[in-house]
Structures are given as C-alpha cells and as structure tokens.
Design a protein around this ligand. Sequence first.
Ligand SMILES: [Zn+2]
Ligand SMILES: [Zn+2]
Length: 180
Amino acid sequence: MDQIRTGELIRQLRTNKGLTHAYFSATRLYQELAEVLGTDVGTLLSGTIDKNESEKGNMKKLKFYVCTHCGNVITSTSDANVSCCGSRLTPLDAVKAQESEMLTVEEIDNELFVSSEHEMTKEHYISFVAYQNDSTVMMFKQYPEWNLQVNMPRYRTGRLVWYCTKCGLLYQDIRRKPSK
Ligand SMILES: [Zn+2]
Ligand SMILES: [Zn+2]
C-alpha cells in the first residue's frame, strides 16, 4: 500500500464529500466505539435504545419489515435496526382493510379457512398472511399464480395481517361470530 497515495485519495474523497477533518475523525471514532459496544453507529447517534417493557414481546405489536428488493420478510417484537440488501428497512404501518379488501374468513370444523379474490399475479399479489394475538403469531407464505388459501386453527379473536406487493400491509380483526 502506498501510504502517501492512499492518504491523498482519502483527502480527495473527503473534500469531494465536503467532510471536515473533525467530522471524519468523529465518524471513525463512533464506528470504533459502536464495534466495541456491540451496537451500530445509527443506534449510538440516536442516543436511545428505548424499549417499552410492556410492549416488549407482545405479538400483537409485532412489526413487519419487507425488503422490496428480495421479498425478505422480517419481524420484530420491539424496535430494531433492520436492513436487507444494503438498505435500512422501516417497519410497515398496517392499514385497516376496507370492506372490499377484507379477506373471507370461514369457520370449518375446528379450523379457520381464509381466502380472497385478490389478484395473485407475479406483479401484484399477497405474499404472506399472518395471524396474531397477544401471545401468538403464525405466518402463511403465499405464492403468485396460486389462489390465496390459508387453513389455520380456529381462534375466536385476533388479527389477520397480510402484505400485498402493491397495496402494502393491511389488517382486519377476527370477529367472534354469534353462536347458532
Ligand atoms: Zn433483501
Ligand atoms: Zn393488492
């Protein structure tokens, strides 16, 4: 390694990016510090690792992250720094489904049968359906060119959350049907 040329290159890149020497040193310091502390620079600079005890581990508060590059689905029960394919992922906000978007839920024996008329083409499809309540989460992977179909144990309450590659993250609550 030609130290003089490397030093010169770093100086040039730094100047191009308009970074001062002080900023540059601080960044390096943070990186080293983060490594020693077993965290990352983002967390260190935000100054907080805030975890609300009551929400920690509550499956109903589960956060969903979807990588739009590779389709990876990642979940966390409290705040997390999540990245995939080189991008930082932010948790998706689930939107309450409109009547027309709602999934069809039928009780068959001791199971719930979930289906939908939603488009299932490679360009536009529901990639997973999840059932969640306070203590449980179950994920059902769905594939394009296949009808959306989920068989799950019959729960009387809870929430269905699903992700569509175009519509985003939607949810509906499972309502207890009046007994006959
Ligand atoms: Zn990815
Ligand atoms: Zn859709």
